[in-house]
Each structure stands twice: as structure tokens, then as C-alpha cells.
Ligand binder design. Structure first.
Ligand code: BG6
Length: 465
């Protein structure tokens, strides 16, 4: 038996986002985001035709839900403000119903001893802005900074942990490379511009936060997918893995923490004439406004080999022109989501932050396992016995613990997610929560075995195994 003990001050909790939980209700004044719009247009693209207008009804149930957070051992919780709820047209008028809702949600969390971590952007561009190009358009950067300022002004007296984006690479991949987010384009030139504008918007929001004299911390949440070469002794594999790392990890990690882009990435984009449009002064803004705190979402590694296939994913350039994904034999899989489970990846990425990113204060802001058909594990008391999720958490926490012991500045662990939520086009296919949501039964909540275990584990600040 080994004992894994974490610091008394460790942040324990879970994460979600506004669009995946709140739902849309008559009279709530919410404007459409790209998700509302896309769902109305093509509902068949969403698993079982379930859209964002239902989600998990949290707009109505947050007070009861917060009680369940307490019962599952949360001392902190991350959600996002929906830009299209607060400012329905993306710019201009603020929706008073949204202000009431977020004020009450935040107050209720604090009153129950749960610190709110608030994210400003979780894949949910207001449709009115998408119509004008979304992140492709520099005006969206200005609109975003005005929105961020409004959020700081309205809620900054109580919210002390802010995040400018969740996984900013995902709207780039989904919307402009691999077609799983609206606007479903395949265009690397636009993808690069979108990524650049997101990073610039983040730096400008951080600048604004500090200019306003706010006294909390502000950061960004990135999904890190450590890139492992098929063969570490094969220089071509190693180079391919390094390029994948540049595209998918360092494209946001470096500007956010070091205030500059990796030179190798800049050169690579220059060679294919894909550098983004920038304006004088941008470089300094990015340089001077780096994050206080980094959230890291970790689900899976990336296995890479040197390019072997000649198949092109698109007519124009694509990141995949530089590497192939490597289907490593014997890897452990989550078959429902199709993602590899590799616990040591969480340690490797934390050590990388310690050694190459000035040991920035960080926390695991998402880690989780989506499973389909969890009802088959329901016992006589109606509780889902999700032992696989408990094993998944322990497996990762052991490595977080090791990283802590080796000096990594890691301050917490948030699970994806608190209650089963709406997973974009997968809707409610794979369930991730500590708490189940019965969609057939008005969203009835039941704590799963993992939720009870998490409560005990966090009360003890650790576990034995
Ligand atoms: C993260 C996102 O990528 O993973 C969440 O921040 C998402 O929004 C979660 O729901 C799980 O992935 P998915 O695609 O199964 O919903």
C-alpha cells in the first residue's frame, strides 16, 4: 500500500462550460452562439438529435446542483460565462437576465465554500460575430476584450480566478481544419489567423484585467497532448513529433507563458506563406501580458511517426503534411471516445512545465473518461458503480503526486465533469460526470460511486492504494 497525500490547500473539484450545462429557456434573453445556430440548421449532426437548448438545465437547477457539488467534495468549480448569454449580439447591450443568473450562481458557489473559477470563452462564438468572420476578423478581438472587461467589472469583486480561453486550439482544429465545429472549414491560412487572434485577445484581456486593478489571478486553459515519437532513436520520427508539438501545444503555450511564438513554428509558417496578419504593437502586447496561472486539460497523448502516407487531407497545406499519426500497438484505450489512456502523460507534461516554462503555477483543469451506456452499471440503489472512473482518477493522481514531489508547481485537480453534460456533437453519448443526469426524467441527478469516492478522497486530501 502506498499513501498519496496532497497539500491542504489543493484545489479539488470539477470543470464544465456554460453551453454544455445551462440550456436555453423562454425569456432568458440569450442570443444564439454558433452551437445554437448549427443545431437549428443540422440537428442530425448531433448524437440522437439532442441540442444545446436542453443541456443539463443548470440555468434552472444550479442551486440544487451546488449542494451536490458539496456532497462530492468540491472546494472549487470551473464553468464559463456564455458570451451570447451576457451580450446576445456579441457587442452592445448587456442582457440583465444573464447578469442576474451569473451573479446568483457565483454567490451561491461562494456561500457554499466552493471557489468559482470562471472562463470567458469555451468554443461558443456569438452567431452575430461569426456572421462577420468570428475569430478570423480582428474586430472580434476588440469585441472580446470589451466582453471580458464587462465580466471583470460585473463579477471581478467575487471571482478571483479568471481564464481567457478553454482549449483555444480546438476552435482552430474543429472550425478550420478538421470540421467538427462550425463553420466547418478546411483552410490552414484561416486556421492560423484564428489562432493568432485568440492568442492576441487573451493577452489584451489580461492587459485589461491588470489595468483595471483587479486583484485576482488570470490565466488560460490549454489542452496539452504530449507528442511521443514512434521511435525515439529515429530522427525523422522525433522531428515529426516535434512539429506536431509546435502546432498543437506550443502554438498557445509559448505565447501564453513566454510571450512569444517558437521560432521554428514561425519559420515553418513563413515557408508556406501562412504567417498571420499582425499589426504594429501586437508583439509587445503578447510579450508583456503573459498569464499568472495555467490550466492544463489532459486526456490523451499524441503518437507520431514520420510522414509515410502520400494521402493529402486537403488541397492546401495542413499540419498533417508534416507527420502521420501512429497507431501504437497495445495502447490502452477508452473505446467509447476512441482516446488512448496514458496516465504517465500527465507527469511528462507537468515536468515539461517545470523545466521549460519557468515552473509556472498550474493545475489540472480537466481530466476525465467519457463512457457510453453507463446505465448497465446501475446497482439496486440506483447508483452507477463506475469503478473504472475511480481507477482512472487514481492512475492519473499518482503521477500528479509524483510531479508534486519533484517540485512541479501544481495546485489542483479538476475532473471533467461534475454532472453528465452535453458534449457538443456527441451530445449525451459519452458520460463524464461524478453525477448522472437522467434525460428521460427531467434531468434527475444521482451521485455515482466515483462522486462518493471523490468526497472521501478530497476530505482526506489523498488516498491509499
Ligand atoms: C475538452 C473540452 O476537450 O474535453 C470539453 O474542454 C469537452 O468541452 C471535453 O466536453 C470532453 O470531450 P468530448 O469531445 O467527449 O466532449
Amino acid at each position: 500500500m502506498m499513501k498519496y497525500t496532497f497539500p491542504e490547500t489543493f484545489w479539488w473539484g470539477s470543470a464544465t462550460s456554460g453551453p454544455q450545462t445551462e440550456g436555453v429557456f423562454e425569456g432568458d434573453g440569450k442570443g444564439d452562439s454558433i452551437w445554437d445556430y448549427w443545431y437549428k440548421k443540422e440537428p442530425e449532426r448531433f448524437f440522437n438529435g439532442v441540442g444545446p437548448e436542453k443541456a443539463s438545465y443548470v440555468y434552472k437547477t444550479y442551486k440544487e446542483d451546488i449542494q451536490l457539488m458539496k456532497e462530492t467534495g468540491h472546494n472549487s468549480y470551473r464553468t464559463s460565462i456564455q458570451w451570447s448569454r451576457l451580450i446576445p449580439e456579441g457587442t452592445g447591450e448587456v442582457n440583465p437576465e444573464a447578469v442576474k443568473f451569473y451573479n446568483s450562481y457565483i454567490d451561491e458557489l461562494i456561500a457554499n465554500g466552493i471557489e468559482p473559477f470562471i472562463n470567458l470563452y469555451h468554443f461558443d462564438m456569438p452567431m452575430a460575430l461569426q456572421e462577420k468572420g468570428g475569430w478570423e476578423n480582428r474586430e472580434t478581438v476588440e469585441a472580446y476584450v470589451a466582453y471580458a472587461e464587462k465580466c471583470f467589472e460585473l463579477f471581478g469583486d467575487r471571482v478571483k480566478k479568471w481564464f481567457t480561453h478553454n482549449e483555444p486550439i480546438v476552435p482552430v482544429e474543429g472550425g478550420y481544419l478538421y470540421q467538427f465545429h462550425y463553420p466547418l472549414e478546411v483552410n490552414m491560412k484561416k486556421a492560423v489567423q484564428v489562432a493568432y487572434h485568440e492568442a492576441l485577445a487573451s493577452a489584451l484581456a489580461i492587459q485589461k484585467y491588470r489595468e483595471m486593478g483587479q486583484d485576482g489571478e488570470i490565466g488560460i486553459i490549454v489542452n496539452l497532448t504530449p507528442s511521443y515519437p514512434r521511435d525515439e532513436n529515429n530522427p525523422e520520427d522525433v522531428k515529426a513529433a516535434r512539429i506536431a508539438d509546435l502546432f498543437f501545444n506550443r502554438s498557445f503555450l509559448d505565447p501564453a507563458i513566454k510571450g512569444e511564438y517558437p521560432q521554428e513554428l514561425v519559420e515553418l509558417l513563413r515557408e508556406i506563406d501562412h504567417l498571420p496578419d499582425v499589426q504594429p504593437g501586437d508583439k509587445d502586447i503578447i510579450k508583456e501580458n503573459t498569464v499568472d496561472l495555467l490550466g492544463v486539460n489532459y486526456y490523451q497523448p499524441r503518437r507520431i511517426k514520420a510522414k509515410e502516407s502520400t494521402e493529402k487531407l486537403a488541397e492546401g497545406p495542413m499540419p498533417d503534411d508534416y507527420f502521420d499519426n501512429y497507431d501504437m500497438p497495445g495502447k490502452k484505450m477508452n473505446p467509447y471516445r476512441g482516446w488512448e489512456i496514458y496516465e504517465k502523460g500527465i507527469y511528462d507534461l507537468l515536468i515539461n512545465l517545470r523545466d521549460n516554462y519557468s515552473n509556472i503555477p498550474c493545475f489540472i483543469s480537466e481530466n476525465g473518461m467519457g463512457v457510453e451506456g453507463e446505465e448497465r452499471y446501475i446497482n439496486e440503489e440506483g447508483v452507477i458503480e463506475d469503478d473504472y472512473r475511480i481507477d482512472f482518477i487514481k492512475g492519473h493522481l499518482k503521477y500528479v503526486h509524483q510531479a508534486l514531489e519533484e517540485g512541479v508547481n501544481v495546485k489542483g485537480y479538476h475532473m471533467w465533469t461534475c454532472m453528465d453534460n452535453w458534449s457538443w456533437t456527441n451530445a449525451y453519448k459519452n458520460r463524464y460526470g461524478f453525477i448522472s443526469v437522467d434525460l428521460e426524467n427531467e434531468g434527475k441527478r444521482t451521485i455515482k460511486k466515483s462522486g462518493r469516492w471523490f468526497k472521501e478522497m478530497t476530505a482526506a486530501n489523498g488516498f491509499e492504494d
